[in-house]
Ligand binder design. Structure first.
Ligand code: NAP
Length: 313
C-alpha cells in the first residue's frame, strides 16, 4: 500500500510517499481502507518539531502521521463485534499516540470508531473527528441551557464545531474571528461575532459562563476577565495553567482546565448522531489529493483555515 512517511522532523519535503506493507491487525482492531483524512494543526506541529514528534508519536524517524480517518472496513480482528467488512466508518485513531492515518489502509481499534451517518460524505466524516471530538469533550458536562459561551477562533476546525455544539446545548454563543469570517461564524449559529483584529474581546464580552480557548497567552489571561464567578475555561493551548492566569482565576472564582483530546468511540457515536440529526455540520473548505500532503500542511500551518481541510483518496 502507499503511505506518507515522515523521514524526520522538519519541512514538508520530509513527507515522502512510499510503498510499504499493509498493517497487520490486532484482535481488537479493524483494517480501514482510507477514503479521506482530516488534517489538524497537530499534524504540522509534530512534523516540524522533533520534540513534539517524540512526545506525541513516541518516535522521531520514518513515522506515519495522521489521526483522522474515514473509510471502509476491509478486515475485522478476531475479537471485534459491532462492525463488519464493508461498513463505512470514521474516527480519530490513537490520539494521543500514533494513528498512522496517512496511508491507504489504517489499523484502527474498533472502540475508537463510529459508523458514518446516512448522507455524510467521507470528506465530511474525516473532518468531524479530532476537531469535533475536541469541541465535544470540552463542552459536554460544562455548558448548559442559557449559558453565555465564548468560543475563540470560531471559524477554525475546533471553533466551528464548538459553536454548533454550544448552540445544541441551548447556550448563547459569542465567537471570535477576523472580519472576513464573520458571516461564516454567524451562519453556524453564533449569536454575536467579535472581530479580534479590530475589537478587544475583553471589552465587548461580559458575564461569560464558559470559554473555549485554543490560543493561550494573552487570550487566555484576558478570558478570565470576562467570566462570571463560577465560570469555566477550557484551554487547548496549555498543559499547565500559567501562574498569572491561576492567580486571577482564583481571585474571580473561575476554573481553568487544560484539555488534550482523547480517542473515544462513544464520543464518535455522539458526533455521528449530531451529524445525522443535522444539529452539527462539518464545513470542508478545501480538499487536497494524497500526493499533495505537503500543500495541506502548508495550508493548515497558515493558521487561516476556515472549518476543515481534508485529503481525499
Ligand atoms: N489540546 C487539544 O487537544 C487540541 C485539540 C485540537 C486543537 N488544538 C489546538 O487548538 C488550536 C486551534 O485548532 P483548530 O484546528 O481549530 O485550528 P485552525 O482550524 O487552524 O484555526 C484557524 C482559525 O483560527 C482563527 N484565528 C487565528 N488566530 C485567531 C485569533 N487570534 N483569534 C481568533 N481567531 C483566530 C482563524 O480565523 P481568521 O482567519 O479569521 O483569523 C482561522 O479560521 C491549534 O493551536 C491546535 O493545535 C488543541
Amino acid at each position: 500500500m502507499k503511505a506518507i512517511v515522515l523521514e524526520k522532523a522538519g519541512g514538508v519535503e520530509n513527507l515522502k510517499i512510499k510503498d510499504i506493507e499493509k498493517p497487520s491487525l490486532k484482535s481488537n482492531e479493524v483494517l480501514v481502507e482510507t477514503k479521506a483524512i482530516g488534517i489538524n494543526p497537530a499534524d504540522w506541529k509534530v512534523r516540524s518539531e522533533e520534540q513534539a514528534l517524540k512526545m506525541l508519536i513516541g518516535a522521531t524517524e520514518n513515522v506515519i502521521l495522521g489521526w483522522d480517518v474515514a473509510g471502509v472496513i476491509a478486515e475485522v480482528g478476531n475479537e471485534v463485534t459491532g462492525f463488519k467488512v464493508g461498513d463505512k466508518v470514521f474516527g480519530m485513531i490513537n490520539f494521543p499516540g500514533s494513528g498512522k492515518a496517512y496511508a491507504e489502509y489504517v489499523a484502527a481499534p474498533a472502540d475508537q470508531l463510529a459508523v458514518l451517518p446516512e448522507g455524510t460524505s467521507f470528506e465530511e466524516a474525516a473532518a468531524s473527528t479530532l476537531a469535533a471530538l475536541t469541541a465535544l469533550q470540552a463542552i459536554t458536562d460544562r455548558v448548559k441551557k442559557d449559558d453565555r459561551v465564548l468560543i475563540h477562533a470560531g471559524s477554525g476546525g475546533v471553533g466551528h464545531f464548538a459553536i454548533q455544539i454550544g448552540k445544541s446545548k441551548g447556550a448563547y454563543v459569542l465567537a471570535t474571528s477576523s472580519a472576513k469570517n464573520k458571516d461564516f461564524v454567524l451562519s453556524l449559529g453564533a449569536d454575536e461575532h467579535i472581530d479580534y483584529r479590530t475589537q478587544k474581546f475583553e471589552e465587548v464580552a461580559a458575564d461569560v459562563d464558559f470559554v473555549l480557548d485554543p490560543m493561550g497567552g494573552e487570550v487566555l489571561l484576558n478570558s478570565v476577565k470576562v467570566m462570571k464567578e463560577g465560570g469555566a475555561i477550557v484551554s487547548l493551548a496549555i498543559f499547565e495553567v500559567p501562574a498569572d492566569v491561576k492567580e486571577l482565576a482564583d481571585k474571580v472564582g473561575v476554573t481553568v482546565t487544560p484539555l488534550l483530546v482523547k480517542s473515544n468511540g462513544d464520543d464518535m457515536k455522539t458526533i455521528a448522531d449530531l451529524l445525522e440529526a443535522g444539529t452539527v455540520k462539518a464545513h470542508v473548505s478545501k480538499t487536497f489529493s494524497f500526493e499533495n500532503m505537503g500543500d495541506v500542511h502548508n495550508e493548515v500551518q497558515s493558521g487561516r483555515t476556515v472549518g476543515k481541510v481534508v485529503v481525499s483518496l
